[in-house]
Design a protein around this ligand. Structure first.
Ligand code: EPU
Length: 440
């Protein structure tokens, strides 16, 4: 397993382009199962999660070709050529929980689906009960066999219904994606209450609408979906990744750097940029720019780093996927910050690793108190999940000395060539291969 070796203390200066969003691309790719017409997807990032989705779709009868556009960016040409398969196997699902987003599209179009039940993961239990409840409300018959969700639609076509998709921690993003996608081909009208409002849902809805779906209300907690007979092909560009953008913003702040970010989805980052402002990191849009999801902005400190309270919430609240990165930043800010995790209350595996770098952290249940220290020091640390790993990389960039982040395959799931991109703006991050085990 590869590791990153980071020499801390370099200020990041320069320009980075924010890539297409992983969490938008994954349900969008699954949505392709809703049609047998050709689909072109642009700005899909080159990540291991995306490669796993390509593999999964391949097993489900979807042909995917990869080209590059005139600016060298990836273009996926996708078409379903065989609709007989319906099994998303454990081997793939266990590597990527987002595989569950093929469930709704397959049920809607093929009338049946067998998807391995995703297990728990490093950030918590992550059940899919709400996905199943929503699909059952549309008429799917669902059972559990040998660890697989086995679902079928009596009569072959789902039926619109009014469904409530709220849970103990609010709405569900992939649950909304699943039920919304399925409802596009249902007979009659579906109303989803307590729908996730995340920008990734808006992106999926806008692609499905361009394919002929009739979805209203995307971005609000109530979606109305009028079912249609079939969907056509589409040419769609994935929105930029708000979590990657927020991670780069924290990188500029923690290294006292000066980064210009292109293709930055500022409109989706209000909670993060408002918090950055309170911490002492300014995010200044440059130029007028027509599209608030694709702006250019300059990120640098506006003064000494200060403490700030953070509570993660569903969008438009502060995103859980930026909690670890902001924790790293607050570790070197003046004063005490209280961070409360309301989406995944166990998502604190980075706490013990940051402590190994000299951070002063005190976790009680779903809350961590960060007491700013003057500086962190390099250490060997272990990546545990994607965003925790990103937090450790940020801490390493700011730390005195050398930090080795082991198990960076977690980072490769969600950040494309992170070491090269950080190095291109002055950071020192090297990927190293694991040392071979001693013989004998
Ligand atoms: N939940 C249930 N039952 C369900 C579904 C969710 O109780 O059936 C709970 C979860 O346990 C959690 C809350 O609802 O407490 C919200 O989970 P959600 O379903 O929204 O998470 P998700 O859709 O599985 C996506 C992202 C995550 C991101 C969360 C929250 C993708 C592929 N994943 O997961 O991204 O943290 O929304 O915003 O879109 C990441 O990129 O690192 C990542 C983990």
């Amino acid at each position: 397993m590869d590791a990153f070796v980071i020499e801390g203390g370099q200020r990041l200066r320069g320009r980075l382009r924010v890539n297409g969003s992983k969490n938008s691309a994954l349900p969008i790719m699954a949505g392709v199962l809703l049609t047998d017409q050709p689909v072109t997807l642009r700005d899909v990032p080159d990540l291991s999660d995306i490669r796993n989705m390509v593999r999964l779709l391949g097993e489900l009868g979807v042909a995917i070709g990869r080209e590059t556009d005139t600016e060298g960016r990836p273009v996926f040409c996708i078409q379903t050529i065989d609709e007989r398969a319906s099994h998303a196997r454990y081997d793939i699902v266990r590597t990527m929980r987002a595989s569950v987003c093929v469930l709704g599209p397959m049920l809607a179009r093929r009338g049946r689906a067998r998807v391995s039940l995703p297990g728990g993961c490093a950030i918590g239990q992550r059940p899919v009960d709400i996905h199943l409840r929503g699909l059952q409300a549309l008429g799917a018959r669902i059972s559990l066999e040998d660890g697989d969700i086995v679902a079928e639609v009596p009569g072959g076509r789902l039926t619109g219904a009014t469904v409530f998709l709220g849970g103990a921690n609010g709405s569900t993003v992939l649950g909304t994606a699943n039920v919304m996608s399925a409802a596009t081909l249902a007979r009659g009208t579906t109303v989803i209450e307590c729908a996730a409002c995340e920008p990734e849902i808006v992106d999926l809805a806008s692609m499905l609408n361009a394919m002929g779906a009739r979805i209203e209300g995307a971005g609000s907690p109530r979606l109305t979906i009028r079912g249609v007979e079939s969907l056509s092909g589409v040419d769609h560009t994935v929105i930029p990744d708000r979590i990657e953008a927020g991670t780069f913003m924290c990188a500029a702040g923690i290294t006292d750097g000066d980064l210009t970010l292109d293709n930055c989805p500022l409109d989706a980052l209000m909670a993060a940029t408002t918090t950055l402002d309170a911490i002492g990191v300014s995010v200044e849009p440059i130029g007028s720019g027509d599209d608030p999801m694709r702006r250019t902005c300059r990120v640098r400190r506006s003064g000494p780093l200060k403490s700030a309270p953070i509570t993660t919430q569903p969008h438009p609240g502060f995103p859980t996927d930026l909690q670890a990165q902001f924790m790293a930043l607050l570790c070197v800010a003046e004063g005490n910050s209280v961070i409360t995790e309301k989406i995944f209350p166990e998502r604190f595996l980075h706490v013990a690793e940051l402590q190994r770098m000299g951070a002063s952290l005190n976790r009680q249940g779903a809350t961590a108190v960060v007491t700013g220290v003057g500086s962190l020091h390099g250490a060997r640390v272990m990546a545990s999940d994607l965003r925790a790993s990103a937090g450790l990389v940020l801490a390493g960039l700011a730390a005195e000395g050398t930090t080795t982040v082991n198990r960076v395959y977690h980072i490769d799931r969600g950040y494309e060539s992170l070491e090269d991109r950080i190095s291109s703006v002055g950071g020192s991050v090297r990927r190293v291969k694991p040392e071979p085990a001693p013989i004998g």
